[in-house]
Design a binder for this molecule. Structure first.
Ligand code: GDP
Length: 472
């Protein structure tokens, strides 16, 4: 994940407090690493700094998948991981339980592998217990009584561990894009998620403050991070159709709260249904950037091809099947049903064949950037001066004068119009303005908001002058 940082690898038999120590060392909650969707592996990463030295912390064997209680197997695997990658190995033992045969086996294995462990004697909360730690010298020369839970002794442990590490800060984590995959049941959300996560390196991390099974999947790709929200929730299915439908709406609303980008999935073989439109409505209200995915495009093209072949048999001069033409006919239908999402790009793809799925990443980047785009006041007013505002005004809105504008916030981009009245802009005038703005700046996928501010008559000439000056 972080390239060449030295790594401290935490090993130990189950329940000695490895993950508590991991949290203590990294200051973060553990994340579960996975390379294949649905399969969590047993290595957990984090980065940390101590006294100006950056390093990676790896918690091994926190989770034993399939092979329940396969302790010897687990020890071997831990040892292997340690041999491969560790700069230092910390073996965590339980100070209250004393030395157990498994502790001895593990320490021996590590020594044989040329990585004598630093022993963290955990669950030592008092001076009296510190004495008990002495027995662990049997396992190695470096023994540190600690309380991972309370932090006791951790400073000394870290001093010893990082002693030889080079000085330098950990590289900053790239900003993450939060993505909610939403849509009604069976449109292919889980299949699409599997495709997107597929070959990428990914991490499953618990969602803070929620139930244990709510986990996000973070994909790192070309130096960027994508957090797919509550991926366990995306895979969860309702037992009945009705339940599944209700669940999908509930999930959509919940996922949208944390999202930057909503990927709204619909089934192209069925077209946009009213339930799709309901969920799309929530996406629109949420102010998140939206990408509409028409999935199962393979089915839609197959059906169209069959139909055209059938027709060809009847009419000898029937038109041949044309995939591009189908797309050109299909998109307006989608737009028609989702009028209120006119800013959202529509992608036709197939999650099962993988056709065009890769493109989604570039599009996610684009809409995420657009959402955070900030246009300087000078640039905005230069643009405003270039717009033929008269063209957008109807007789009803003619008396509205826009003197000046600024961008108040991003995510979504929100513009303040300084006008001669606070009455909301006429719908068609606002749309005109929005279209012009979108033509000049890339706001793909993100909604745009306008608010009105009254400029007092006395301020107007001043404002006018300022905007003139900026316009030059
Ligand atoms: P979810 O409920 O939205 O998560 O939907 P699933 O991912 O479980 O998919 C529902 C069904 O549609 C499954 O049988 C998938 O195999 C199928 N499916 C998903 N995507 C595609 C696709 O692009 N093409 C085809 N032909 N089938 C798909």
């Amino acid at each position: 994940m972080t390239g060449k940082l030295p790594s401290i690898v935490i090993v130990g038999r189950p329940n000695v407090g490895k993950s508590t120590l991991f949290n203590r060392l990294t200051g973060t909650r553990r994340s579960i690493v996975t390379n294949e969707p649905g399969i969590t592996r047993d290595r957990i990463y984090g980065t940390a700094n101590w006294e100006g030295r950056a390093f990676e912390v790896v918690d091994t064997g926190g989770i034993v998948p399939e092979e329940k209680a396969g302790i010897p197997g687990e020890i071997l695997r831990q040892a292997r991981v340690a041999i491969e990658s560790a700069a230092r190995v910390v073996q965590v033992v339980d100070g209250r339980a004393g030395i157990l045969p498994l502790d001895i086996d593990l320490a021996q294995l590590l020594r044989k592998a040329g990585k004598p462990p630093v022993l963290a004697v955990n669950k030592v909360d008092s001076a009296k217990q510190t004495e008990m730690a002495a027995q662990f010298y049997e396992l190695g020369d470096d023994v540190f009584p600690v309380s991972a839970e309370h932090g006791f002794g951790v400073d000394m442990l870290l001093d010893a561990l990082t002693d030889n590490f080079p000085r330098g800060e950990a590289p900053e984590a790239p900003p993450e894009t939060h993505i909610a995959i939403i849509g009604r049941p069976n449109v292919g959300k889980s299949t699409l998620l599997n495709r997107l996560v597929g070959a990428e390196r990914s991490i499953v991390s618990p969602e803070p403050g929620t139930t244990r099974d709510a986990v996000d999947t973070v994909v790192e790709r070309e130096g960027k991070s994508y957090r797919f929200l509550d991926t366990a929730g995306i895979r969860r299915k309702g037992k009945t159709n009705l339940m599944a439908e209700k669940l999908s709406v509930m999930m959509a609303r919940r996922h949208l709260e944390r999202a930057d980008v909503a990927v709204l999935v619909a089934d192209a073989s069925m077209g946009v249904t009213s339930h799709d439109a309901t969920i799309a409505g929530y996406a629109e209200q949420s102010g998140r950037s939206v990408i509409v995915v028409m999935n199962k495009w393979d089915l839609a093209t197959d059906a169209a091809r069959e139909k055209s072949e059938r027709e060809k048999k009847v009419a000898v001069e029937g038109s041949g099947f044309d995939a591009a033409k189908l797309l050109a006919q299909y998109e307006p239908m989608v737009r028609q049903k989702l009028k209120f999402l006119s800013y959202a790009p529509v992608v036709f793809l197939s999650a099962t064949t993988g056709d065009r799925v890769e493109r989604l990443y570039a599009l996610i980047d684009r809409v995420a950037v657009a959402r955070k785009r900030r246009i300087s006041t000078g640039e905005l007013n230069r643009w405003l001066a270039s717009v033929d505002l008269e063209r957008g005004t109807s007789p009803a809105s003619r008396e509205v004068k826009i003197f000046y504008m600024t961008q108040a916030t991003t995510a979504p981009p929100t513009f303040v119009l300084f006008t001669n009245q606070t009455k909301p802009l006429h719908f068609s005038y606002q749309r005109f303005l929005e279209n012009r703005l979108r033509a000049a700046f890339d706001f793909t996928g993100t909604p745009i908001r306008f608010t009105m501010r009254l400029k007092k008559r006395s301020q107007r000439s001043h404002v006018q002058k300022r905007s003139d000056r900026r316009g030059k």
